[in-house]
Design a protein. Structure first.
Lengths: 682, 187
């Protein structure tokens, strides 16, 4: 009897264990699903803010384009503008070589970093990798020498490199690196250094955002010089000196090389413009940074003078006005003028209006002409502009476009440059050129790579932890003669791997929410007006549903506000939100700073452009004029008095100069204080 | 009466919006479809606690188109073989929002797959802790989670251990674990 009881007891007990296990599994899987939801939302936040930033950048270019087209010689802004767009008087390569000469730079005996000898050898290149791994810095003499050699080599390379797998077993293809040296080192560690047995293709966006962009370039260029037939670099949209002003590369170089930084940047500007545009493997696989469009024609592209003009951005000003893709240049100009006509009066604007009226649309500023002449007065140059414009549009498409799931080809409004292209365009373009696969980068992917368009398009992204520690893996491709891609994934930063899912989601999320809060701060008055529309009786309360609608209407980030609500909104009364209280808790009152903050990265970019001698100082007058022009273009208002007050409060006066870094730093500190909401335990 | 109807409609409308919001997060191509493999995540993120079997049923019975087709065949006396075949297949493809919405609305309105209260969770762990030590050994928990019930995959097991286990002692102090997980819940 008792053994029977025992047996029953055991059976009962086992049954209970099973039920308990089931319960625990059910509970845990629910938890993981909620984390996944949060992770996805966080990802969407980062991505939408990143692309919105790029959009801002394009608006800035359009602003410069507007300036170039519409002001006339008599204006007081002339000096400022010419200052911004001043082309150097040096034109010929020979003169440039003299300017970039490194020979007069001495390397002090105390220098403990790596020494390079030219022609550079593979052990030199390997030494450089080791040195950077040990956080050493290459002396500016060697930097200039290395860059000079690179520039000379790039000038003889074709626009599209043709490579074949027959000589070596496999080709390695890396995507965006964005200054993440740890990732490049990890790839070399896992895969080996470049050599004739180990060819590499690096698919653009080597710089910006990460803090070791220059070191990455120096490594890539040194291997390029040693193995010019086996190392291939494709240009990315970040290999552009105006983009670099905003996204950190310029700042990095000037910070690391105080004396020669400016020269280094200038030489890099030339190098970027000479980077090849694409690589084709075995005549079957096309590798380029952004993507394609319905007009992509590789034969045309291979004949283009890819280095003209010096930076892609100024060209883009004229070829990428997306208010309507079919408008001619004139129509587009007229449209932007109309925008200004609707504005509140401001003396600058009125002056410009007056001049426009007097001078007519065909007026253009003499010094800045070169080949951007207005086609009204000169039909021949107009045509040239048109056809060059077509070729140039193709290049921009190659560097900026993104794939989309629907058929067709539409302008890429999100980025502000290039287009979105669909699977039908992929099929057509690949077939037309007798290709089988398109490998591109340009977009961060959680797993480091992703197929789309029936596996005819492959995105490869090599910067792990791109948005935040733990946000994504990086990956690279190995491809043999069978042209089947094999992926190797990784995540730099040992600490990341040790994080639990919960911790890495949490950390990334906190970062994304911080970034999102900054955006909310910058749009505070617009948001409040929008909330008030849903609150006609001025109760100060709106429903959460209306809150979500208003948020999207103002911010236009396409985010799932209802899902994010729990992270952004605290207590509600019966589902109603007290929005004034919410803002007080979230943000603070500072309308002037708010306006400036909204445009602070544009401001910084403009400052750096004005500061052509890279001294870190601009005159107060230049600052004032710039701000006035920018604010009139962007249709915001700020009085002279307000600017002076601000100047006083941030203590600018150093002989009438503004120290850029100090200004931006003070700005960040003030902004940062206001945004300090929850302490970050990390 | 009219008021009741109105408030009932309002409730349903709110539920619809919630479902839509969660669905949109996974609608990568903005064409009102999601990969069927993400349905589980969506349903759970809306506050439901189905087990794997229940999830599979929801997808197979209510969401996958094939099922309806199979029933017709059965009536024709052709279908027994076919039915069996499809039942055993893993669901693949995409689920459209129009199909998902009514199914999910029903799930939420009927309050299916209710959450598990914290004390019940604690009891479950205590059942596994046969010797009443107050903690579980690494091997003990692994054995249960990967062999009983609806077993964890290796990945799921590793992830749970990284969150639950004290790495120095290789022990799972489940009381703390349960509290921590419950606190995390934003609802």
């Amino acid at each position: 009897m008792s053994s029977m009881n025992e047996k029953m007891h055991i059976i009962f007990y086992n049954y209970n264990s099973m039920r308990a296990a089931l319960l625990i599994q059910r509970w845990y899987r629910q938890y993981v699903a909620r984390l996944e939801m949060r992770r996805r939302c966080t990802w969407n936040i980062f991505q939408s803010i990143e692309y919105a930033g790029e959009q801002d950048q394009i608006k800035l270019y359009n602003f410069f384009g507007y300036l170039m087209d519409h002001f006339t010689p008599a204006s007081s802004e002339r000096n400022l503008i010419s200052h911004i767009f001043r082309e150097n008087n040096i034109c010929r390569n020979v003169d440039w070589e003299r300017y970039f000469c490194y020979k007069s730079i001495e390397v002090p005996k105390l220098y403990s970093g790596p020494h390079l000898s030219f022609p550079i050898t593979c052990s030199n290149a390997a030494e450089l990798v080791e040195a950077f791994k040990n956080k050493q810095q290459l002396h500016s003499r060697y930097v200039l020498q290395l860059l000079g050699e690179t520039w000379r080599l790039l000038r003889i390379l074709p626009n599209i490199s043709q490579i074949s797998t027959c000589h070596s077993k496999e080709i390695t293809i890396c995507g965006d690196l964005h200054g993440h040296l740890e990732d490049l080192l990890l790839v070399f560690y896992k895969n080996g250094l470049p050599s004739s047995e180990k060819p590499y293709v690096f698919n653009g966006d080597f710089v910006d955002r990460g803090k070791d962009s220059l070191e990455i370039l120096l490594i890539l260029f040194s291997f390029l010089l040693v193995y010019p037939n086996d190392v291939h670099l494709n240009r990315g949209n970040h290999e552009d000196h105006i983009v670099n002003l905003r996204y950190g590369f310029t700042k990095e170089v000037l910070g690391k090389y105080r004396l020669h930084g400016k020269k280094i940047l200038k030489l890099l500007q030339k190098i970027f413009s000479w980077l090849p545009l694409a690589t084709v493997i075995d005549n079957k696989v096309l590798v380029l940074h952004g993507g394609i469009s319905d007009t992509t024609d590789l034969h045309l592209i291979s004949r283009v003078d890819r280095h003209k003009p010096v930076d892609s951005s100024r060209r883009r000003v004229h070829s990428l006005t997306h208010s309507s893709s079919t408008g001619t240049r004139h129509e587009v100009q007229r449209r932007s003028l109309q925008g200004l006509n609707n504005r509140v009066t401001c003396s600058v604007e009125e002056e410009l209006k007056e001049r426009r009226r007097q001078a007519g649309l065909s007026q253009s500023y003499g010094d800045l002409r070169n080949s951007l002449a207005n086609s009204d007065s000169d039909p021949d140059s107009g045509e040239l502009l048109e056809s060059y414009g077509d070729e140039w549009k193709q290049i921009v498409d190659m560097l900026w476009s993104d794939p989309m799931p629907q058929d067709g080809c539409v302008p890429n409004e999100v980025r502000g440059g290039g287009c979105y292209w669909g699977p039908d365009v992929t099929e057509e373009v690949l077939q037309r050129h007798n290709l089988t696969l398109l490998i591109r980068s340009h977009e961060c992917k959680q797993e480091g790579y992703e197929f789309c368009h029936n596996r005819r398009v492959l995105t490869i992204f090599s910067a792990s932890n791109y948005y935040e520690v733990g946000s994504n893996r990086g990956a690279y491709i190995r491809m043999g003669p069978d042209l089947v891609p094999h992926f190797i994934q990784y995540q730099a930063n040992r600490a990341t791997r040790a994080l639990t899912l919960r911790q890495s989601v949490g950390r990334t999320e906190r970062s994304a929410l911080r970034a999102l809060r900054e955006k909310l701060f910058a749009h505070k008055s617009d948001l409040i007006s929008s909330f008030q529309e849903y609150d006609p009786e001025n109760t100060g309360l709106i429903s959460l549903g209306h809150w979500a609608c208003a948020m999207e209407a103002v911010l236009r980030l396409g985010l799932p506000w209802r899902v994010l609500r729990t992270q952004l909104v605290g207590d509600t009364l019966d589902g109603m939100l007290d929005y004034h209280l919410w803002f007080r808790e979230l943000l603070s009152n500072a309308s002037l700073l708010e306006t400036m903050y909204k445009h602070h990265s544009n401001l910084e970019t403009i400052f750096r452009i004005i500061d052509t001698d890279n001294s870190g100082l601009i005159s107060f007058e230049e600052f004032r004029q710039t701000w006035k022009l920018l604010s009139s273009h962007l249709q915001t208002e700020i009085s002279d008095e307000a600017i002076s007050d601000l100047a006083v409060s941030i203590d600018f006066n150093k002989d009438g100069s503004i120290d850029i870094n100090e200004f931006m730093e003070a700005f960040r500190l003030v902004g940062g204080d206001l945004l300090q909401n929850e302490g970050d335990p990390h | 009466m009219a008021e009741d109807k109105e408030s009932a409609e309002a409730i349903v409308s709110e539920v619809h919006k919630k479902i839509r919001a969660a669905f949109d997060v996974f609608d990568h191509e903005f064409n009102k479809t999601v990969d069927v493999r993400e349905i589980g995540t969506i349903i759970r993120s809306l506050g439901c606690f189905p087990n794997e079997g229940e999830l599979h049923d929801v997808i197979a019975e209510r969401l996958t188109v094939n099922r309806a087709y199979v029933h017709e065949h059965r009536e024709d006396n052709n279908g027994t073989y076919l039915t069996k075949q499809i039942e055993e297949e893993e669901p693949t493809g995409y689920i459209r929002f129009e199909k998902f919405l009514p199914t999910m609305t029903k799930v939420l309105m009927e309050r299916k797959f209710r959450p598990i209260p914290e004390d019940l969770m604690l009891q479950a762990f205590e059942v596994l802790d046969k010797q009443k030590k107050g903690h579980l050994e690494l091997e003990e928990l692994t054995k249960y989670m990967t062999q009983e019930g609806e077993p964890f995959t290796q990945e799921e097991m590793e992830e749970m251990l990284s969150a639950a286990m004290d790495p120095d002692k290789n022990l799972i102090f489940y009381k703390d674990f349960v509290s921590m997980m419950t606190v995390d819940d934003p609802r």
